[in-house]
Design a protein around this ligand. Sequence first.
Ligand SMILES: [Zn+2]
Ligand SMILES: [Zn+2]
Length: 516
Amino acid sequence: MKRLLFIIEVSLLTLLVISTLVPEVTYARPGGGHSYNSTKKKSSPSSTNTYSTNNASSEKESSYWDDVEVDKNRDVSGVDLPDWIGYAIFGLIVLVLVWVGINSVIEKIREKGLVSVPSKEDINENMVNMAANLRRIKSVDPNFSGTLFFDFVSSVFTKFYALHEKKEFKNLSPYLTTEEIIKHKKRKTKKEYEKIVIGNMNIKTVYPSTTLISVDIEANYTVLQRGKTTRYDVVERWSFKRNPNLLSPVPEKMRELACPQCGASLGFTDTGTCESCGTLVKNGEMQWYVSSRNKLHQQVFETSGLAHYEKEKGTRLSTIYHPDNENQLKQFADNHNINTDAWLAKFDNKVVHEYFTKIYDAWSVNKLDKVRHLLSDRLFDSYMFWIAAYKAEGLTNKLDELKIKKVKLAKIELDKFYESVTVRVFASCKDYVMDNRGKVIGGSDRKNRKFSEYWTFIRRTGVKTDAYDYGTCPNCGATADKMGQSGTCEYCNTKISNGDFSWVLAVVTQDEVYKG
Ligand SMILES: [Zn+2]
Ligand SMILES: [Zn+2]
C-alpha cells in the first residue's frame, strides 16, 4: 500500500510539474470566457450575452488536490494491494500525460494559423439554409436589411418594456397583436421596467414562405415593483411576421417605429390607426409585427460576479465562415472598384486593429467618450451598462498589453442600405479586475490570457471612407470630443453612430456563442 501511495504521489507530482509547462488557459477576460453563469457572472464589454453551464473548473481542480492531501495524511491501516495495480495506474497517468502533450502541440499549430483554411465542414449546413432563406426574403424585398431589421427588433423590444402598463403602450399597436394589446390593458402588475439593455440578438429561424423570423434576444433590465428593484438577465425569443410581398420601409422609418405611411413618430390608437394621417396599420400589412414571445431564461443579475473569471471556452473552436463570403466579397470589390486583398489588408490594419485597441483602451479606464463615435448606439448602451456596474462596485476591468494575433474575415453582407463586415479577432492581454485601491481582485495582471471574439462593423452603403483620423468627427472633421450619449457630433449636429460616414462597431459576439 505504501508503495502504491508513493507511485501515486510521484505521478501526481510529475503531473503537477508538467501541467505548469502546458500553456495556461484558465482565467477569463471581461470580453471573454464568461457569460451567463448559473450562479455567478462575470461580464464585460462583450460578454453581456453569453451563457455558460459549467462553473469555475479551477475551483474543482483545487478541491481535487485538497482531497489528495487529506488522503495522504489519513492513517491508512491497511490492505496490501498487488503491485500491478500501482504499475497500471502509473501507466495510465503516463498515457494521459502523452495525450495532454500531443494536444498542446496541436493547439500550438492551430494558433500559428496553419490549420485555418475554411473547410467544407466549417460551413455549417444550418447557416447555408438560413442564408438561402434570407436570400428568398431579399429577392421579394430588395429593401430588406439585416442591420435595420435588428434595429427594428431592438426598438420594439425596448419600447415594449419601457411603456409597460403606461398609456402610451397603445402606440405599439401596429407591431403587436390585438390580443396582446387587450391583455396588456387588463394587466395590473404595477411593474415598471428601466434601463433596458440589449446585449445580443441572434436569428434563430427564418421561414420565407410565411415571412417569419424568430430572434433570440439577450438583454437585461431593472424591474421596479412595490418599492423593490431587481435587475434581471433574460433571454427571450420573439417571432416577427409580415405579409410576404412587402417592401421594407427606409432606414429612418425602420429605426424609429414611425408610421409606415406618413413617418410620424409613435402615435397610434389601440387598434393601430395613425393619429397623424389616419392610416390603419394592420398587423403585418405594412411592417413586421410580433407574432409570439417567449421567455427562455431569466436570472437575477448580481454584481458580485464582476470579478469572477472563467476559462475561455471558444478560443480553440474553428472559425465560422459564412457560405456567401466569396460572392459578397467580390460584389463589395466591384461596388467600390477596389482590389480585394489590398482592401482586406487595409481594413485589418487601419480599422480592426485601431478600433480594437482604442475601444478596449477606453474600456480599461471606464470611460467611453473618446470612442463614442466608433460604436453603434446599442453597443454603446450595453458597454455603458457594464461600466456603470463596475463603477458602482468601485472596480475597473483592465486589459493591459493588448495584442492582436490575427484577424479572419468571417462574414460580409451587403444590402441596399448597409454593408456589414464580421471578423474574428484573435488576441491576448493581461485581463484583470482591480478595485479602487489598485488591488487585483480577479484575473491576472501577470499572465497573458488568449481569447477571440467576432466583431461586426457596419457602414452605410455608398460610403467610401474606411479609415480616417479617429480623433475627429468623420463628417465635419472637428475633434470628436462632443459626441454625447447619442453619438451625435455637437459641432455639425449630425448623428455619426449609424455608420453614415464610416464604419461603426455594431456587435461583439463571444466565440463560443457565435452562430454566423
Ligand atoms: Zn401616419
Ligand atoms: Zn461633426
